[in-house]
Design a protein around this ligand. Structure first.
Ligand SMILES: Nc1ncnc2c1ncn2[C@@H]1O[C@H](COP(=O)(O)OP(=O)(O)OP(=O)(O)O)[C@@H](O)[C@H]1O
Ligand SMILES: [Mg+2]
Length: 344
């Protein structure tokens, strides 16, 4: 299988920034009012790198993923600041037509629920062929041949028969494999996988992650993997980004992060990993809850739940990201604290 969709864009070499998000803030309007959902997001994904994005439900992970692909509808959103540079091009400034050309071709996306991406009324093979035809302008027969080849690549057995199935005729694991085939059909340089295994049983989950790992190595893609499961991120990613209430609280290389997280929220997440819990005990969940959508605290957003917060220091001024040995952290006490990691 060749990577033949990159002739038009100058392919970056390994280690270059493929994606760079700079000071990106986005408001959404669930009702009449706009509320702040993403705040001052800075991140970078280098060519060939696998980056994990973790955070509690509602922290903005999917909104960020959708923003990267220009998929947040304009009528319910307002960008307050920043840029999202993909291969040096600001996708926030592109028209829908140009965005559509990038989506699927240069950036592929796998959604949490496979049925989001699949139309129940069409055969799965035809749906994947449609993506190939849209971006490559090949004949029906050529597209069909590639679908079969790609179904083999994502380890769908009996691909000719499966290609003629409707989504509801396939198991959850097979549907997710079809979605992966669709996402990689044009050999994107970046794959965004939003909770790709959450809806699957543990065995299928492991198989899908193994498949992604293999594809990544064979195709040399960058991957952004969104998961609320730090164990999955530990196993799969080179680097992790921790989100809380619409902000990146910490970003770090995986190994040092697990041994010595620098943000109290990251440390709390690591403490809650099942292997740190005594058996048959309830999982230690973080006390308190994240701020309501749109509420902007005067100081650190995590201060009201943080066991290390100091009144008059942590709750007065917004905190910016500062460099650490392994990445960056948004905590003014980071250098004073020695926080617990995931244990051994
Ligand atoms: N289309 C929308 N309109 C208005 N508000 C939205 C919309 N989509 C998401 N939100 C809100 O934005 C916030 C962030 O949601 P998002 O889905 O990005 O979080 P998440 O981190 O992906 O959560 P989860 O882990 O549950 O998938 C939530 O409070 C959500 O209610
Ligand atoms: Mg989500």
């Amino acid at each position: 299988m060749t990577r033949n969709s990159r002739e038009e864009s100058a392919a970056p070499t390994r280690g270059d920034a493929l994606l760079r998000v700079e000071g990106f803030s986005l408001d959404l309007a669930p009702g009449r009012e706009y509320l702040s959902v993403l705040n001052d997001i800075d991140l970078e994904v280098r060519s060939g790198e696998v980056v994990g994005l973790v955070g509690e439900s509602g922290s903005g992970k999917s909104t960020l993923a959708m923003s990267l692909m220009g998929l947040v509808p304009k009528r319910i959103s307002r960008q307050r600041s920043g840029r999202i540079l993909f291969n040096g091009v600001d996708v926030t400034a592109l028209r829908e037509r140009d965005l559509r050309a990038i989506r699927g071709r240069d950036v592929g996306m796998i959604f949490q629920e496979p049925m989001t991406a699949l139309d129940p009324a069409y055969r799965v093979g035809d749906q994947v062929a449609e993506v190939i035809r849209r971006h490559r302008g090949v004949s029906r027969a050529e597209a069909r041949a590639q679908v079969i080849e790609d179904f083999r690549l994502v380890e769908i057995s009996d691909p000719e028969r499966r290609a003629d199935a409707y989504p509801h005729e396939l198991s959850g694991g097979l549907r997710q494999r079809v979605c992966i085939a669709m996402a990689i059909a044009c050999r994107p340089s970046l794959l965004i996988a939003d909770e790709p295994t959450t809806a699957l049983d543990v065995t299928t989950q492991a198989q899908i992650l193994e498949l992604l790992r293999r594809l990544r190595a064979e195709m040399d893609m960058s991957i952004v993997l969104i998961s609320h499961d730090l164990a999955v991120i530990a196993e799969f990613c080179d680097r992790v980004l921790v989100m809380y209430a619409g902000q990146i609280m910490e970003q770090a290389m995986i190994d040092p992060f697990f041994v010595r997280p620098r943000h109290p929220y990251a440390s709390a997440l690591l403490q809650a990993l099942p292997e740190n819990q005594p058996p048959l005990n309830e999982l230690s969940v973080l006390p308190g809850s994240p701020p309501p959508l749109g509420y902007v605290a005067p100081g650190c957003r995590f201060a009201n739940r943080c066991e290390f917060a100091q009144a008059g220091r942590c709750d007065t001024h917004a905190v910016s990201l500062s460099p650490t040995d392994a990445g960056e952290v948004r905590c003014i006490r980071a250098d004073e604290l020695v926080l617990e990691g995931a244990g051994q």
